[in-house]
Design a binder for this molecule. Structure first.
Ligand SMILES: [Ca+2]
Length: 190
């Protein structure tokens, strides 16, 4: 509920802009009005479908094992999350979304739930891509294993104001039993 309230001003602006556009559409079509209405680009400040409750909408999901990644096995909020690591070995799975990084809220936060019994460092890695290059990476191993969801934050200060592809890619080792589920992506103030 708290996160929904945060988006209310954005939704309000979007609806006002949309209703004004629709209202003036016939006048513009008949050439009787030069009034232009612009929708607020502020809509880019949020992730679309941040908690996977609408399936894959807004995301590009890729898995070398043929699954669609959206799962009800785990969820931080709602019923769904994305299974980057689902316990299978030799897995390469990624999710990405095109976003515009806000100047004042350039920290991408999300929740992850990790299960792993492999010693650290392991060959289970999450690469954080910005566009086509690796911006950060972190290991998935016993030290990061937890029965709880843990908040993760990626600071995108070098990309403020830029429209980029934000992508998480998980690659698992040749051992099974490494899980990483992610949910509830958001931009927040650092
Ligand atoms: Ca969810």
């Amino acid at each position: 509920m708290k996160s929904f309230l945060k988006y209310l001003p954005i939704i309000f602006l979007f609806l006002v802009g949309l209703s004004l556009s629709l209202k003036n559409a016939p006048a513009l079509a008949s050439g009787q009005s030069e009034l232009s209405i612009y929708l607020p680009i502020i809509i880019d400040r949020v992730f679309i479908n941040p908690g996977f409750e609408e399936g894959s909408i807004g995301w590009e999901l890729q898995s070398n094992q043929g699954d669609n990644m959206v799962t009800t096995t785990e969820s931080h909020a709602g019923l769904h999350s994305a299974a980057l690591g689902n316990g299978a070995s030799h897995r390469i799975a990624s999710l990405s979304q095109v976003v515009t990084v806000p100047f004042d809220s350039y920290a991408v936060s999300y929740y992850q739930k990790i299960t792993s019994t492999e010693n650290c460092p392991s060959k289970n890695v999450v690469n954080v891509y910005i566009n086509t290059h690796i911006y950060q990476h972190y290991n998935i191993c016993s030290d990061s294993s937890s029965t709880d969801w843990v908040k993760k934050v990626i600071y995108l200060a070098p990309y403020t104001g830029q429209r980029v592809i934000f992508r998480l890619q998980f690659a698992s080792s040749d051992s099974s039993g490494n899980h990483i589920y992610v949910d509830d992506f958001a931009f927040e103030s650092p």
